[in-house]
Design a protein around this ligand. Structure first.
Ligand SMILES: Cc1ncc(COP(=O)(O)O)c(C=O)c1O
Length: 428
């Protein structure tokens, strides 16, 4: 860290640092970056996302792991285009995400489609483009078989398994527990395999197993236990002659450092999985991280609109809120550090709120911030994942513009919306 800041940054955000007292991203001052578009604005380093992708690849290379990008976390076309240039696969969870990937030249043969509630329209889009579908229920198998038959195509599939493993992340982000809505329990997955072998779904080529046990997973043991369940299933299928049943998709979930307790690295996850998966020639390992690729690479820059005072409390009202960055309100988690763009000594704990007419529109109860005044800028750290993609027009507010930085140069990857465009398609 350089300059006069009193706000240390952890290593996951080395690209965001103070230089001569100004917060910079990839060496570019954040106040200058948003000068033209104004605030609030998301700013992402595409180079940092690319580096995170390469790091995940390198960590899992000894296991033969192939890495896809989880589109849901940040689906801006500039981000996806960079992933295409890196040769990444993609994991999508809707027809809209798949359309984004196709529009930017992503390889459909290396795109997978997850999700508990795919519609016929979405399944047909996947089938037409030969996208692999990770199925979640016997009913979905019926639907996919019917849709593929109508199109006269076969479709590559994986089985999303519910391993019955509860990882120690926040409850709303646990997706592998027995009660979670995601995936098929192992017994049902076996029954599905048997039905397939008996010829019940002639259009489906079952190629392997898929899991995703949660997000911001704090340590690897749950992932290892879940992988054991999947391995059983893979062996069950192969023993029954399904030799091409080799895909072993671990999902995402690798944690990032929000400035709280230390989290394990992607290398540590790979090391923990190595005793189980290392040296196996009968399977092909895949993963689909999202947060760990895009999260640390982005910040949300906002402006102080007003100061307010409550008994014993300082309060700042920003021009951004839960309509732009909802997870702090939704989960009371992903608590993003809030840093002043111009460094200064802390003036004590500050309540930081947004402008939306909801009391939950509160980012921090006690952020350590300098004595900021209207017009001063702050930046939310680690906001590159699950930020803009979850933004809404609530209160008929505009979503923020998005700026990307690549090779030291910045460009607007999505301009600010017009108020009139927010209701242009409505019929008075
Ligand atoms: C199927 C699937 N894969 C990958 C991810 C990405 O997870 P993360 O951002 O925690 O890496 C998710 C997130 O919900 C998911 O549902």
């Amino acid at each position: 860290m350089e300059g006069t800041s009193t706000f240390p940054l952890p290593s996951t955000t080395d690209h965001v640092r103070y230089t001569d007292g100004v917060l910079t991203l990839d060496g570019l001052a954040l106040d200058g970056l948003v000068a033209d578009v104004g605030t609030p604005a998301y700013v992402y380093s595409l180079d940092v996302m690319a580096a995170a992708m390469e790091r995940a690849r390198a960590a899992f290379a000894p296991l033969g792991g192939q890495v896809s990008y989880s589109v849901k976390v940040n689906s801006n076309q500039a981000v996806l285009a960079r992933m295409v240039r890196l040769g990444a696969g993609f994991d999508v969870v809707s027809g809209g995400e798949l359309s984004r990937v196709l529009a930017v030249g992503g390889d459909p043969a290396r795109t997978t489609f997850a999700g508990v509630g795919k519609t016929d329209e979405e399944l047909a889009l996947a089938v037409r483009h030969d996208v692999l579908v990770n199925i979640e229920s016997a009913d979905e198998c019926e639907a996919l078989n019917r849709v593929a038959a109508a199109l006269g195509r076969r479709v590559r599939c994986g089985i999303r398994v519910n391993p019955g493993v509860t990882v120690d992340t926040l409850a709303p982000m646990q997706t592998g527990s027995a009660k979670a809505k995601f995936g098929l329990p192992a017994t049902e997955a076996r029954a599905l395999l048997d039905a397939c072998l008996a010829g019940r779904y002639p259009q489906l080529s079952l190629l392997g197993v898929h899991m995703h046990v949660g997000s911001q997973v704090p340590e690897p043991s749950g992932m290892v236990r879940a992988a054991e369940v999947l391995l059983d299933l893979l062996e069950y299928a192969q023993q029954r002659g399904l030799d091409e049943f080799r895909r072993f998709d671990l999902g995402g979930g690798f944690p990032i450092d929000y400035g709280g307790p230390a989290v394990p690295t992607v290398e540590e996850f790979a090391a923990a999985l190595t005793p189980l998966l290392g040296g196996r020639r009968d399977l092909d390992v895949y993963l689909e991280p999202g947060r760990s690729i895009a999260g640390p690479a982005g910040v949300l820059v906002a402006q102080v609109l007003y100061r307010k005072h409550r008994p014993g409390q300082r309060m700042l009202v920003l021009d951004t809120g839960m309509h732009h960055l909802i997870r702090p309100a939704l989960y009371r988690t992903d608590v993003h550090r809030i840093l002043p763009v111009l460094a200064g000594p802390s003036a004590g704990p500050t309540v930081v709120v947004g402008p939306v007419c909801e009391s939950t529109d509160t980012f921090a109860e006690s952020a350590e911030l300098p004595d900021l005044a209207p017009g001063d800028l702050v930046a939310f750290m680690d906001a590159g994942a699950y930020g803009m993609v979850m933004a809404s027009h609530y209160n008929t507010n505009r979503k923020p513009p998005e700026i990307v930085v690549e090779n030291g140069a910045a460009r607007v990857a999505r301009p600010r919306e017009q108020w009139s465009s927010l209701f242009a398609s409505e019929r008075p």
